[in-house]
Unconditional design. Structure first.
Length: 95
């Protein structure tokens, strides 16, 4: 179950990166996260998204590996996947 949820999280991170990049290319759209907005301006949008999304997957994978309670980890993954599912849906709905 944990590996399945981690795979879903990985796919959602890819979709979030793609949908964020797509949304930011639309006229008048700005990033809502101040830290990401700063990184976009100083490092570049595409590179920032690749690095941040890769870090998120690696960090959560490490947490899954080290976390003792599998039930609580599963609940955390479900919550995180639901959150990113909402974000991806929102990003793709922008026109």
């Amino acid at each position: 179950m944990i590996y399945f949820l981690l795979a879903i999280f990985t796919v959602l991170q890819i979709l979030d990166g793609v949908s964020t990049y797509r949304a930011l290319m639309l006229p008048g759209t700005v990033e809502g996260n101040p830290a990401m907005k700063w990184l976009f301006g100083h490092v570049g949008t595409a590179l920032t998204l690749v690095v941040v999304k890769t870090f998120a997957v690696v960090a959560l994978s490490f947490l899954c590996y080290t976390f003792k309670d599998r039930w609580e980890m599963s609940l955390l993954l479900v919550a995180v996947c639901a959150f990113y599912g909402y974000i991806v849906g929102h990003n793709f709905s922008l026109k």
